[in-house]
Write a protein that binds this ligand. Structure first.
Ligand SMILES: [Zn+2]
Ligand SMILES: [Zn+2]
Length: 693
C-alpha cells in the first residue's frame, strides 16, 4: 500500500502548495477542506488540505502534525473557488482559502435529520406584504431565471431539464442572469428580495443575501427573521467568534439554507444557491482592504455563474460601472436593468435646499439651526450628518504654517475631546497643550467634527434629546442597535453622526435631514469621490419624510453650485450618471478601462521607491512593447497617502483594456518580486481598486 499525501495551502502570499505525508493514524479522518498543522521552514503553520493523493513526491516529506477541528471547514466548491480567486486576484491560494471561513474552534451540534426541512418545503414562511405592480414585475423577471434544484427536486427538475442542459445558459453558463434594481430609497427593494428568497427555497435551492453593515441593517434582518426564522444563518463580524462559526457550520452542513451577512459571507457554502442578492451594491464595504483584495461583487458573479444562480443587485445609487453594464452593455454583460421609481408608501421625496457656508466660525448655519428649532418645537425628529468625527479636523500653526500631523502617517491629526490629538488612520494619540510641535508657537484648532457639533447644539438646545453616532460613540457593543431603536421609538430628537447614520434607516418620525460640509468628500483626489459623495447625499436625504409627515433636507456646502451637489439635491441620478460617465470616458477610468494598482511599502522610503522603479522597468518592457501597448502605466509616484502606519508608499497604476493578458504577465513577474521583498518591503496588488489613495 502506498503512502497517503496531502497538498496543503498555508496562510502566506505564496503561490505554491506544499506536500506532506499523512501519518497512518490520521488516514481515516483526513479530508480535503480540513485544517491541519504543518511545519514549514521549521515554523509551525496552520494549513488547509487542498487534495489528497498517493503520488510520492521526489523529495523527503514531513508528516502532517495535527488535525485541527473535528470536520472539514470548506467544501469542494469553495476549494475550487479559491483556486480561481488566487489566479484572478494574483494572490496565494492559502490567503484566499483562509478568507472563506470564520475562526473559532467549537462546532455546533448537528441538527437531527427529522428536525430539518425537506428541500423545497416553505410551509409557514409568509412575507408580511404582497408586492405592488412595479415590484411584481421585477420579481417575475428575476425568478424567470431561477431554475429548480435538479438533484433535490426531481419533479420540478423535469420541466426545467431542457434549460439545464449544457450551453443553454442555465447551470454552469459563464453568464448568469443578472439584474440591477435601481430603486430609490423606500421603493420596496426589500419586498422583492424576500419574495425572491422564498421562491428560491420553494424550488429546492439555497440563497445568499449580502448587506454592507449588519448593525445598520437591523430592520432588514428583523424582517427576514420574521419570515424565515431558523432557516436564516447570520454571518457578520459583530457576532462573537463562536456564534459566527456556529452559523457558518450550519450552512456548510446544509442545515440552514439562507445565509445573510457582510462582505465575507459571499463565501458562505450555501448548497445549490439559486439566488445571490447584494443590497446597496454601490457600497465600498464590499471591497476587502487587505490581501487578497477581493470584491464581493465579483465573487458573487463568479459563484452565480458556477451554480447557475440568479444575481440580483439593488441600489438607489448604482455604481457607474454597474449602471453602464446594465443599461448600455446588456448584450455583453447579460445584465437586466429595472427601475423602481416611486416610494412604496406613495410618500414624496423630500425637497432639498442648498445653503452656502458663509463663515467657519460656527459649525452650523443659521438656516439649519432655524429648521432644527422648528422641528423641536413641533416635536419632530431631525438627523444631522457630518462626515468628520472628533472635535476639530485640524490644528494649525500660523507661525510656521503647518498643521499638526501624525508621525506615522502623512495626514493631519484630529483634535478630540479631552485635548487629545488622534490619527484616524493608525490611532496614534498624543496630548495637546496648545503649542505647535514644530516651532513651539501657538497652534489653533480649525473646523468642526461631530464632537464639536454635539457640544454646540447641546448649548443651544439644552432640553433636546440628542445622540451622537460615529465610530467613537459606537465602539461600545450594541450602541448602534440601541440608538436606532430609540430613534424609531421617537425617543431621540436629534441624531447626529457620520456616514454611519446615512444608510438603511427607516424612522417615520424624521422630518428634517441636515448635511454639514456636504461637499467635503469631493476634495478627495480619487476618481470615485463624486460617486461616493452623490451616493452618500442621496442616501441620507432619503431618510427624511418616510412616514406620513412631509420631510425636508438641507445641504450645507462651500460651493452649492457644484453639479454633484445640485444633482444630489434634486435626487437626479440620471443627470449625475450622464455627467460622470462623460468624465470617466474622457479621463479613461472604469468602466472604460480596468485598473490594477501595484504598491510597494516600506519603513525605508528609498527601498520602496527603488522597488517600484525596478518593477516599473520590468513592466514597461512587457506591457509596452513596440508591437503595441497592453496597458497605460501611470507613475511610479508616491501614493496620495504617502506614508501610513510608518510605511512609505509608492505605487504604479495600470489602466488596461486587456485584463487577461496583463494579468498573465503579472502572474509571471510577481513571484520574483515577492521573493525579493523581505520583511521590510511589502508588495500590494489591487485589482479593480475602489480608491487610489
Ligand atoms: Zn509652528
Ligand atoms: Zn497615523
Amino acid at each position: 500500500m502506498f503512502d497517503l499525501f496531502a497538498d496543503v495551502a498555508v496562510r502566506l502570499p505564496l503561490t505554491e502548495l506544499f506536500t506532506y505525508r499523512v501519518p497512518p493514524e490520521f488516514a481515516d479522518q483526513i479530508e480535503a477542506g480540513r485544517r491541519v498543522l504543518v511545519s514549514l521552514r521549521n515554523v509551525e503553520e496552520e494549513g488547509l488540505v487542498v487534495r489528497l493523493h498517493r503520488n510520492p513526491p521526489d523529495f523527503e516529506t514531513l508528516p502532517v502534525q495535527k488535525l485541527i477541528d473535528s470536520e472539514p471547514v470548506l467544501n469542494a466548491d469553495q476549494l475550487q473557488l479559491a483556486e480561481w480567486m488566487a489566479r484572478y486576484y494574483l494572490a496565494g491560494p492559502g490567503e484566499c482559502l483562509f478568507k472563506m471561513f470564520p475562526g473559532g474552534k467549537r462546532n455546533p451540534p448537528r441538527v437531527p435529520e427529522n428536525k430539518r426541512r425537506k428541500s423545497g418545503d416553505v410551509s409557514g414562511f409568509a412575507p408580511a406584504h404582497d408586492l405592488n405592480a412595479a415590484q411584481a414585475a421585477v420579481y417575475q423577471a428575476v425568478v424567470a431565471g431561477l431554475n429548480a434544484n435538479p438533484v433535490a427536486n426531481p419533479e420540478a427538475g423535469r420541466d426545467t431539464a431542457a434549460s439545464l442542459s449544457p450551453g443553454s445558459g442555465a447551470v454552469q453558463s459563464s453568464r448568469p442572469p443578472a439584474h440591477l434594481i435601481h430603486g430609490i430609497t423606500g421603493s420596496g427593494k426589500t419586498e422583492v428580495y424576500i419574495h425572491t428568497l422564498l421562491e428560491a427555497l420553494r424550488r429546492g435551492r439555497g440563497a445568499l443575501l449580502l448587506v454592507p453593515e449588519i448593525s445598520l441593517t437591523v430592520q432588514l434582518i428583523e424582517r427576514l427573521q420574521a419570515v424565515f426564522g431558523d432557516e436564516l444563518a447570520l454571518l457578520h463580524s459583530a457576532l462573537s467568534g463562536g456564534d459566527r462559526r456556529s452559523a457558518y457550520m450550519h450552512v456548510l452542513r446544509g442545515e440552514k439554507r439562507i445565509a445573510v451577512g457582510t462582505r465575507s459571507a459571499v463565501f458562505a457554502p450555501v448548497a445549490y444557491p439559486g439566488v445571490i442578492i447584494l443590497d446597496e451594491e454601490h457600497d465600498g464595504s464590499y471591497k476587502e482592504h487587505s490581501a487578497p483584495r477581493y470584491d464581493a461583487r465579483q465573487i458573487a458573479h463568479k459563484r452565480a455563474a458556477d451554480h447557475g444562480a440568479v444575481l440580483l443587485l439593488g441600489s438607489a445609487t448604482p455604481r457607474i460601472e454597474t449602471a453602464y453594464a446594465a443599461r448600455v452593455m446588456q448584450e455583453q454583460t447579460g445584465f437586466v436593468y429595472h427601475s423602481l421609481g416611486e416610494r412604496a408608501t406613495g410618500a414624496e421625496l423630500p425637497p432639498v435646499r442648498r445653503v452656502k457656508i458663509a463663515s467657519s466660525q460656527t459649525p452650523i448655519t443659521g438656516e439649519l439651526l432655524n429648521e432644527i428649532d422648528i422641528n423641536l418645537k413641533a416635536g419632530q425628529q431631525s438627523i444631522l450628518l457630518l462626515n468628520r468625527r472628533g472635535y476639530n479636523p485640524f490644528v494649525y500653526c500660523s507661525s510656521c504654517d503647518t498643521t499638526q500631523s501624525c508621525p506615522n502617517c502623512s495626514v493631519a491629526l484630529n483634535l478630540h475631546k479631552g485635548q487629545r490629538l488622534v490619527c484616524h488612520y493608525c490611532a496614534y494619540t498624543r496630548a495637546f497643550n496648545g503649542a505647535c510641535e514644530n516651532c513651539g508657537g501657538e497652534a489653533k484648532p480649525i473646523g468642526s467634527g461631530t464632537q464639536k457639533l454635539e457640544e454646540y447644539l447641546l448649548n443651544l438646545f439644552p432640553n433636546a434629546r440628542l445622540e451622537r453616532l460615529d465610530t467613537d460613540a459606537a465602539s461600545k457593543r450594541n450602541t448602534v442597535r440601541d440608538c436606532i431603536a430609540r430613534l424609531i421609538a421617537g425617543e431621540i430628537d436629534i441624531l447626529l453622526g457620520t456616514q454611519m447614520i446615512a444608510k438603511g434607516l427607516d424612522a417615520p418620525g424624521v422630518t428634517l435631514v441636515g448635511v454639514l460640509q456636504a461637499d467635503h468628500g469631493l476634495a478627495m483626489p480619487d476618481f470615485r469621490s463624486a460617486e461616493r459623495t452623490f451616493a452618500l447625499l442621496t442616501q441620507v436625504a432619503g431618510r427624511a419624510g418616510r412616514g406620513e409627515l412631509k420631510g425636508r433636507v438641507i445641504f450645507e456646502c462651500l460651493n452649492p453650485e457644484n453639479p454633484v451637489i445640485v444633482n444630489a439635491a434634486r435626487q437626479e441620478y440620471e443627470a449625475f450618471y450622464r455627467e460622470e460617465i462623460t468624465e470617466r470616458s474622457d479621463a479613461v477610468y472604469p468602466p472604460f478601462c480596468r485598473i490594477i494598482r501595484l504598491l510597494y511599502r516600506s519603513e525605508d522610503d528609498d527601498r520602496a521607491r527603488t522597488a517600484i522603479e525596478r518593477l516599473h522597468i520590468r513592466l514597461s518592457q512587457r506591457l509596452q512593447p513596440a508591437s503595441g501597448e497592453l496597458a497605460t502605466i501611470l507613475g511610479p509616484a508616491p501614493a496620495p497617502l504617502e506614508k501610513l502606519h510608518n510605511q512609505y508608499r509608492h505605487h504604479l497604476i495600470l489602466k488596461t483594456l486587456h485584463m487577461k493578458r496583463v494579468r498573465n504577465i503579472l502572474a509571471e513577474l510577481l513571484p520574483e518580486e515577492r521573493a525579493r521583498s523581505r520583511d521590510r518591503l511589502h508588495l500590494e496588488v489591487d485589482l479593480d481598486p475602489v480608491d487610489l489613495l
